[in-house]
Design a protein around this ligand. Structure first.
Ligand code: BTN
Length: 300
């Protein structure tokens, strides 16, 4: 059928075995794939994906500086909406506020997704909440965890950070050119692989459950959920995502203190606004809209 010799097939099988695939050979029958290594290969991911927009093009790297940097270059050269870039390891993984994102090889998920939403620029933060919901729900479905979300864009398990989102935008005043959803999820990272000097408690799915996570199938579930929510967002707007995010946020209806450059604000979290601001009901009866700052539960 392929129009190639047995020797050519054997050469490919040999190459796959060298890359960690377990392939059975039976005389006069052929070859059978028994086990694939836990590598994030674009072709495998794409062949397992059932999505409408996200993952129509998947590009994988064994090592890259940062998937966000790479996908930005691709977007500037006209890559299609839904393009996904994944890497096994990042040499310069980027976190929020100029921080570094620890990205050791073969254990976690580092991916960036390109979107071109037809929404006003000020609504772009809504996509951060959409991606946080998809990350938390994938962790809960696939790893049976109780992941929660923390404003503005952290995903936590038992109060420790398990995933981070670095969403970036290219826009002019009136129009979004593209949005990059950068997602880092600690899946199989061990305690020794976390740097000592982190400012906040961190964890991984493996540390929480003691079970290793198959990164490829985790990624497929995540991209499928993201696709489903993005389609829903296009059809129904932010409201369904906002409800899901509020349902996953443990700080909803509880007392918090928000550190801001102008001083601390105290009050009760009552939800999210259209532009992603956190609504805090203060003792004076006013609703404060928090756009930046560190939100902590108020100790009684
Ligand atoms: C945070 O500081 O919480 C955000 C971390 C975001 C890390 C991800 S990993 C994939 C993508 N590429 C990057 O360089 N950063 C994001």
């Amino acid at each position: 059928m392929l129009g190639i010799s047995r020797a050519a097939v054997w050469k490919q099988i040999k190459a796959l075995r060298e890359r960690g695939y377990t392939i059975e050979a039976k005389h006069a029958l052929g070859y059978r794939l028994l086990e694939a290594p836990d590598l994030l290969r674009a072709a495998e991911i794409q062949s397992n994906l059932k999505t409408v927009i996200i993952g129509k093009q998947v590009v994988s790297f064994e090592e890259i500086d940062s998937t966000n940097v790479e996908i930005r270059k691709m977007a500037e050269q006209g890559a299609a909406e839904g393009t996904v870039v994944i890497a096994d390891r990042q040499s310069a993984g980027r976190g929020r506020l100029g921080r570094r994102w620890e990205s050791p090889s073969a254990v976690n998920l580092y991916c960036s997704i390109l979107l071109q939403p037809q929404i006003p620029v000020h609504q772009a933060p809504q996509l951060t909440f959409l991606s946080a919901v998809a990350v938390a729900e994938t962790l809960n479905q696939v790893c049976q965890l109780s992941a929660t979300v923390k404003w503005p864009n952290d995903v936590l398990v038992g109060g420790a950070k398990i995933a981070g989102l670095l969403n970036e935008m290219n826009a002019e005043t009136e129009r979004i050119h593209f949005v990059i959803l950068g997602v880092g999820i600690n899946l199989n990272m061990t305690a020794e692989q976390f740097p000592d000097a982190l400012k906040y408690p961190t964890t991984s799915a493996f540390l929480e459950t003691g079970r290793p996570v198959d990164r490829g199938s985790f990624l497929c579930t995540f991209l499928q959920l993201l696709d489903q929510y993005y389609l829903e967002f296009q059809a129904q707007g932010f409201a369904p995502i906002r409800r899901r995010w509020e349902g996953l946020c443990t700080m909803m209806n509880s007392a918090v203190s928000v550190e801001q450059p102008s001083g601390a604000i105290q009050g009760t979290v009552v939800g999210l606004d259209q532009d992603g601001a956190l609504r805090v009901h203060c003792a004076n009866g006013q609703i404060e809209r928090i756009l930046a700052g560190d939100v902590r539960p108020l100790e009684n």
